[in-house]
Design a protein around this ligand. Structure first.
Ligand code: QAP
Ligand code: CO
Length: 169
């Protein structure tokens, strides 16, 4: 297992469209382990491969209290079952460190995905799990939580994070 670096907004690599996974091999398992290790290290509840600079359609999530329920979703696809009911959640993102913004998303969704062995699965996630899957799947399409807020707010976050990055160098 290897701890990976997490890209920070506005890194252009966060805007890439990730490629579908077609080969379910040991390399995929090892990459998923790296994602989980990196997510746990930085106290996250979700991480997408795009965030470590690997544009493949892989996301990992653990929303459990004890941090002992890792979940891996390969090639996740979201189907909105019902457009009317939406809910707001104060979201964070390891690629937008220390900023939290409310994002409104549909509540009733169905997720189709592959497991690590390539088996096709389908779930109807409840509550936070549905929110995090939607947030992480956005990353695979180059979309970020800051795209849901006003451009003024987004610009402010952008310049703050750029300034922090230059300070560190
Ligand atoms: C996505 O984000 C998410 O700013 C996962 O300083 C989170 O794990 C979707 C984190 C909440 C919906 C609701 C953020 C850790 C973790 C930070 C994360 C930070 C340390 C973010
Ligand atoms: Co994120």
């Amino acid at each position: 297992m290897t701890l990976r670096n997490i890209l920070v907004f506005p890194d252009p690599r966060l805007r890439e469209i990730a490629q579908e996974v077609k080969v379910f091999d040991e390399k995929l398992k090892s990459l998923s382990e790296d994602l989980l290790e990196t997510m746990y290290e930085f106290k996250g509840i979700g991480l997408a491969a795009t965030q470590i600079g690997v544009p493949k359609r892989i996301i990992v999530i653990d929303i459990s209290e004890e941090k002992d329920e890792p979940q891996v979703f390969i090639n996740p696809k979201i189907k909105i079952l019902e457009e009317e009911e939406k809910a707001g959640y104060e979201e964070g993102c390891l690629s937008v460190p220390s900023f939290y913004e409310e994002v409104i998303r549909p509540v009733n969704v169905e997720i189709s995905y592959n497991d690590l062995d390539g088996k096709e699965k389908k779930i109807k996630p409840a509550g936070l799990l549905g929110v995090v899957i939607q947030h992480e799947t956005d990353h695979l399409d180059g979309k970020l939580m800051v795209d849901y807020i006003s451009s003024t707010k987004r610009e402010r976050i952008r310049s703050k994070l750029l300034r922090l990055k230059k300070q560190k160098k």
